[in-house]
Design a protein around this ligand. Structure first.
Ligand SMILES: *Cc1c(COP(=O)(O)O)cnc(C)c1O
Length: 440
């Protein structure tokens, strides 16, 4: 592979000066970094014009393509007015407008927005708020959390405490606070002959047993609604969420919906929890909220939660902050993103795109080496039937050679493309994935 000096020098300098995320840096002795000069729609380009279809939306953040003209224009206009201002004691138009629009999208059920800078900080905020709510209500013993087996909620210490992915968690176990895990309703774990719904109901019974015993010391249940992303796109029946909501109500436990990955249309509805006809007490959003442009996260809370902090006592307030809380540029990018949803009727359009990709992927789904082909909204996933611990890396490299950015998780290959992907690009994604599988 001939690489230009510009590509080449960026690779060398990056490997020398940048500590890349989620990476054993030594692997870059043999696996070259991929230099990116620019993006356009679903495509990423290096300095030689080599291109890659961003089939994972740059770690699940991009919704409407790279260098999106509408989001660009909104940001340029905002830059001329206000880049950032402290949000303690001060306010600004983008943050107010965004909070109002997000609340309206929940039908007013979640009336207040608290801002952070990334997904993990949103999870920290939700956990702290839930604990503090019960404390303000005279129940300080409610300080434990329960999450689903194989869940992922981020990498900071509090978020990692409710995460259940061994690769990320085990090393840091001595630093973490204990949390409880209940069985995941992931339908791949169902018994033979058991439907995803039946399995979800069985898992909800386990949750019931757990809460019966532990509700007095449990503040909240935190879940990734419908799809557990980082464990490998585990999908489950919405019935689990309905039952979880009812159990949380019965046992006086908060329900935190971590929609950092699955929110903003990824599930097929704007919020994933809508598909269960429920509302959580806390909703965490990040990733796609700015269309993949800028770091921003938000924790939405019910008016009931908000009211529990509203008091003459300072200490009963939520004294949590991040320097860039409610950044004006990030909020503007989020508003431009919401505007595209409305203007282009994105949720409806995505249904057609998903139906197209499902048709295009028929052969892939039936391939003898493909197992558990599954789909929720704008996410597709399947396992490659192979006993090979290097599969993810080999697949990633082969994909790059086929102009695709795909990052399998273990043996799980998934597609999570930007919503602007065209039919011909979907065809290409599927055809080339088949070529890669056949050549493995
Ligand atoms: C990505 C993710 C997070 C963490 O978000 P960061 O911005 O990476 O800190 C939390 N929860 C879920 C479900 C995620 O997918």
């Amino acid at each position: 592979m001939a690489i230009s000096t510009r590509n080449d020098s960026l690779l060398t300098r990056s490997a020398a000066a940048v500590w890349h995320p989620c990476t054993q840096m030594k692997q870059h002795e043999t696996l070259p970094l991929v230099p990116i000069a620019r993006g356009d729609g679903v495509w990423l380009y290096d300095f030689d014009g080599r291109r890659y279809l961003d089939a994972i939306s740059s770690w699940w953040v991009n919704l409407f393509g790279h260098a999106n003209p509408d989001i660009n224009a909104a940001l340029i206009a905002q830059l001329g007015k206000l880049e950032h201002v402290i949000l303690a004691g001060f306010t600004h138009e983008p943050v107010v407008e965004l909070s109002e629009q997000l609340s309206a999208l929940t039908g007013g059920k979640l009336g207040h927005c608290f801002y952070g800078s990334d997904g993990a900080s949103a999870v920290e905020i939700a956990l702290k708020m839930s604990f503090h709510y019960w404390r303000n209500g005279g129940k300080p013993q409610k300080c434990g959390f329960v999450s689903l087996a194989n869940s992922y909620h981020g990498e900071t210490l509090g978020a990692l405490s409710v995460t259940d992915v061994a690769l990320f968690k085990d090393i840091y176990a001595p630093l973490l606070r204990h949390s409880a895990q209940v069985p995941s309703p992931d339908w791949r774990l169902a018994n033979h002959g058991e439907t995803p719904r039946e399995y979800a109901e069985r898992c909800a019974e386990e949750l019931e047993r757990h809460l019966e015993q532990h509700h007095a010391e449990t503040a909240a249940l935190i879940v990734e609604p419908l799809v557990q992303g980082a464990t490998g796109m585990a999908m489950y029946d919405a019935e689990y969420l309905r039952r979880a909501r009812a159990l949380c109500d019965r046992f006086d436990v908060h329900l935190i919906a971590d929609e950092i990955m699955i929110g903003c249309g990824r599930s097929g509805t704007f919020f994933a929890h809508e598909q269960a006809g429920i509302a959580p007490d806390f909703l965490c959003l990040s990733k796609g909220i700015t269309g993949g442009y800028l770091p921003l996260s938000v924790v939405m809370a019910t008016d009931k939660v908000y009211a529990a902090f509203y008091d003459d006592s300072v200490a009963r307030g939520f004294l949590h902050s991040h320097s860039y809380t409610g950044n004006a540029l990030a909020c503007r990018a989020a508003l431009a993103t919401l505007e595209i949803f409305r203007r282009d009727k994105v949720i409806e359009g995505n249904q057609e795109k998903a139906a197209y990709l499902n048709r295009a992927a028929r052969e892939l789904a039936r391939h003898p080496r493909v197992k558990n082909f599954r789909h929720t909204g704008m996410i597709w996933a399947f396992e490659i039937d192979a006993d090979d611990s290097t599969l993810a890396r080999r697949f990633y490299q082969a994909a790059l050679e086929h102009e695709l950015l795909l990052r399998p998780i273990g043996n799980t290959v998934y597609f999570m493309p930007p919503y602007v992907i065209s039919e011909s690009e979907m065809d290409m994604l599927v055809t080339r994935t088949l070529e890669i599988i056949n050549a493995l």
